[in-house]
Design a protein around this ligand. Structure first.
Ligand code: HEC
Length: 127
């Protein structure tokens, strides 16, 4: 076998090992996040009021997790859609793909544990 062919074969072999390694890593090791914490958040009127304040005024959760009226100045959330999701974030806004905000009302997250919700809003995860 001539020398050039051997070099090409070795390069192909190395490329294959790298590709298989990368695919194995992505499909088995990711998402690299911890299991949800085993926690139970006690619901009190004070916590609900604080959450409402944070979600609507500080963290802007409801700005994204609502359907917005883009024909009106400041694109306010449409009444009655708070938390229902549906806003699209895509390449036209320079996002690296198409993301749709999810329904985070009890209808959407009703079967999530407190630990799962805590994890979703405090840790990054792979799609
Ligand atoms: C900049 C817009 C934006 C803001 C602000 C935002 N979110 Fe999101 N959120 C999204 C998008 C888009 C997704 C869907 C991501 C995906 O599909 O990978 C999402 C996903 C989620 C999810 C996962 C739901 C599911 O069904 O997988 C939860 C829970 C969540 N957001 C809660 C919150 C909370 C609580 C806040 C405020 C602290 C918040 N988000 C603020 C855009 C936003």
């Amino acid at each position: 076998m001539n020398r050039l062919l051997k070099i090409v074969l070795y390069l192909v072999l190395i490329a294959l090992v790298v590709i298989v390694g990368a695919i194995t890593y992505v499909s088995t090791a990711l998402p690299n996040i911890d299991a949800p914490k085993d926690l139970k958040v006690e619901v009190t009127p004070e916590r609900v009021a604080r959450g409402e304040y944070l979600a609507n005024h500080v963290c802007a959760c409801m700005d994204c997790h609502s359907t917005r009226d883009w024909n009106t100045f400041t694109a306010p959330p449409k009444p009655g859609t708070a938390g229902a999701g549906g806003e699209v974030f895509d390449r036209t806004m320079n996002f690296p793909g198409r993301f749709v905000s999810r329904n985070i009302t009890p209808h959407g997250l009703g079967d999530w544990s407190d630990g799962e919700i805590y994890r979703a809003i405090t840790q990054w995860r792979e799609p």
